[in-house]
Design a protein around this ligand. Structure first.
Ligand SMILES: [Zn+2]
Length: 116
């Protein structure tokens, strides 16, 4: 092999390594975003499950047992709670997670105003 060929091959390899390194960077960015998204979905899933469990409990148990409702409010921001309320679910301690059936709930509204 001539010196010139060796040199060309080395610089060609260097170029390919540079490109691979760039791709690796992109993949790392992508992976970071995927992990973030995964984390967000896991949290959302967790909260939805809590909400579902709360709803089932409410169905089985129609008396107004307020004691367990308080602990089920997820530690999320105001926005998520406001969205839950907009979607038609109670976010107040009294009926948390149960459907509102299109009526405004005084307890929910008080809770929303308190946490703004
Ligand atoms: Zn309510």
């Amino acid at each position: 092999m001539k010196k010139r060929e060796v040199f060309d091959q080395v610089s060609d390899m260097e170029k390919r390594i540079g490109e691979l390194y760039e791709q690796l960077g992109d993949l790392k960015d992508h992976l970071g975003k995927m992990l973030e998204e995964n984390n967000r979905l896991a949290m959302e899933n967790h909260h939805l499950r809590n909400r579902l469990d709360g709803g089932e409990k409410q169905d089985e148990n129609t008396d107004n047992d307020h004691s367990h409702a308080e602990s089920e409010i997820p530690g999320e921001g105001y926005d998520n709670l406001a969205r839950l309320y907009e979607e038609g679910f109670h976010i107040c301690n009294v009926h948390f997670g149960s459907p509102r059936q299109d009526e405004d709930c005084l307890f929910c509204l008080l809770f929303l105003n308190k946490n703004k």
